[in-house]
Design a protein. Structure first.
Lengths: 232, 232
DNA sequence: TTGGTGTATAATGTATACAAAAAGCAACAG
DNA sequence: CTGTTGCTTTTTGTATACATTATACACCAA
């Protein structure tokens, strides 16, 4: 944890929630690395609060699976294995398919227009080089779809699962050779929702995940290899 | 909260986890009713611990969606609406289908035997009248399937979603006229996994959920009506 | 009677104090 | 030189104290 954890005082929330969001973002962006210990007094000093809000935030991170508790030793950032990521993606594949299927049934004309706009925004972003702009456009597009399902629980779960892979988002976004493919995949999803073709939409959503999975798994293997080479 | 919350000291866990399990069970069994406030000092006295473990347990229940937090007012047991239950079931439908599909691919011969046994146990239980025995047999059967997927994340999510409906489990189990149908549905699921027929298994799992949904929604409407009649 | 205001009370939000256990380290014995 | 024992330090687990805010109830005025 070299960089400073910066607390976001903008929001007017109980400290535990501020701490929760802060730690969560730090973990998801890789600022707090897998295996790193979360020591309460240390974090408390760093964030300028007492141990109580820190502990309550850790309890929530624990249930989310972002940290694991070792009894009488404290919390550490959950290690991501290839298996755990495959598990997450397997579930996401099903839920993303469900999302587009439901969207076919329930999306409003208004949201359909927003989806088209988001698609075009993504194409524009993909032509540029700024990965974070592309990532934002990607999130915006997918958000419209899950919200169009009208199922809040589904939206919450999909968002949560997506965030588990936040650290690897840039992996497939940075492969510029794949940009055309991403654009095409999004367009296919849009087209199939527009034509209310559930089966085609589900196929497209699954393919989209499968391709991301390939990029991410490749990246993880690379990281593991270099890690193994460093400490044999 | 008329009955006594009884703490389970069997397990050797941090108090927060003991409290978490205790409160969780109380909510899921309906001992703590929707809308009921969870007051920290009260619970602390009741369970003979301080407020700290109570608060940490509530943070986890909050993330699970079993309680909702009202700022500066505290926690209350989440109210279940027809919409929220439909949302949960919609997701479960997809995840249960995924579970049986994965089970088709991955279940071992050993687990297949256990599944057959669980099926037979359920049939035996269904002949009796003890709802809690039937419920246990039902859970055991489904547990074997989700564990056979080898996907821990999926297992965790399915369990969590199932528990959201724990309070209504007895609704469809108590309808004795439906017992034969439940047995037949389980058998169909077993058969399709045995023949590794993913499509058929998915259909069977979805039908199983759909039928439960009907019973539960009917029950909720009944409860709502009687509630509305009482306080007009 | 009704509406509003003020105070008292009770609950949460946060901080801190204390206890117990684990980890690291040093010293000593073999 | 190595292994073990015991002490010290650090960290978690739990309890409690203090601050702040919301709620309820009573009282007063219109």
């Amino acid at each position: 944890m070299d960089e400073q954890l910066q607390i976001d005082m903008d929001e007017f929330l109980p400290l535990r929630d501020v701490v929760f969001n802060t730690l969560r973002r730090a973990i998801l962006t890789g600022q707090l690395k897998p295996g790193e210990r979360l020591m309460e007094v240390h974090l408390a000093n760093k964030l300028g609060v007492s141990r109580t809000p820190i502990r309550e935030a850790i309890r929530k991170l624990e249930l989310e699976g972002l940290v694991i508790m070792i009894p009488r030793r404290g919390a550490e950032v959950a290690r991501i294995t290839e298996k755990s990521l495959k598990d997450v993606l397997e579930v996401r594949r099903a839920l993303d398919a469900l999302s587009v299927e439901l969207a076919c049934d329930r999306i409003t004309e208004e949201d359909m227009k927003r989806l088209l706009q988001a698609c075009q925004d993504f194409e524009k972003a993909a032509k540029g080089k700024d990965a974070s702009v592309i990532a934002k456009a990607d999130v915006a597009l997918h958000d419209i779809i899950v919200e169009a399902t009208g199922n809040q629980r589904l939206a919450q779960l999909v968002n949560n699962l997506s965030e588990q892979m936040y650290r690897y988002r840039f992996v497939y976004i940075k492969e510029e050779s794949k940009h055309d493919m991403l654009v095409a995949e999004h367009r296919e999803i849009y087209e199939s929702i527009a034509s209310r073709d559930k089966e085609r939409a589900a196929r497209a959503a699954k393919l989209h995940i499968d391709n991301q999975e390939k990029s991410i798994i490749r990246q993880i293997r690379l990281e593991n290899e270099s890690r193994l080479n460093k400490q044999p």
